[in-house]
Design a protein around this ligand. Sequence first.
Ligand code: NDP
Ligand code: 8X3
Length: 252
Amino acid sequence: MSKTIFITGATSGFGKAIAEKFAANGYRLIITGRRDHRLQELAGTLEKNLSARVLPLKFDVRHRDEVKQAVASLPDEWKEIDILVNNAGLASGLDLFQDASVDDFDLMIDTNVKGLLYMTKELLPLMLQQPGGYIFNIGSVASKYVYEKGHIYCASKFAVDALTQGMRIDLLKKNIRVTAIHPGLVETEFSLVRFKGDAERAKKTYQGLKPLSATDIADVIFYCASTPPHVNINELVIMPTAQASPFYIDRN
Ligand code: NDP
Ligand code: 8X3
């Protein structure tokens, strides 16, 4: 039977590209996010163009009852999950700590940390029913470096890094692989969300350099998932060639 990948945040960016990559390689997909029309559209395209089997599930990872309900709603033939990609996440605002909004703090912690926890806790019992599961957690260079105005976003992604290590340790005897992917500048809707719809400001983030694409990240995740079962890539930090760290970027 085909393997099944469960992807959070598949309506855009990395999640969508991961769905396309794995669908093209014969995986069954469970795609999730809050924007149902995008989920339906992606499912339709992948079914039509790639004959993929796709189950769209609309829910908000911040809401524990929604996560619980989504997992409980899985039909029996969709309960064998091979890969979970904890990708849903966001930055909201880029302001000095003293000027930043507490609502933004809540949004980032609730999505990037608590959402990942709820999702993993709810899906693990299913994944543990068969050997060889794989969890990908999407961190960031913000898991590795703290930059000006990054405070809570960086803290939430440092937490993703710590949780990835903690899961790998605690799941050691369960034959589950756990990998953190830490990308640098990737052009998606990320900056549009961070700057709350200010497209001009979002565009400037990527000006003067060739950023990574969501497809680059999907390719890396597919590579990790394709390694033999005894290989666990603990983490990967991936930046565009024009970026050495959040502080050193070659813009021409
Ligand atoms: P996008 O904004 O393009 O995609 C984010 C995805 O997350 C969307 O599908 C969105 O779906 C989903 N999402 C956000 N909040 C929720 C929620 N509460 N419940 C369910 N789904 C949610 O950004 P990216 O693809 O770039 O971001 C994906 C991940 O990569 C994030 O964790 C981000 O922090 C991380 N990252 C991004 C980098 C970049 O430069 N782009 C670099 C490093 C890490 P919907 O709105 O439909 O719910
Ligand atoms: C997104 C990349 O550099 O804005 O996680 O933190 S960065």
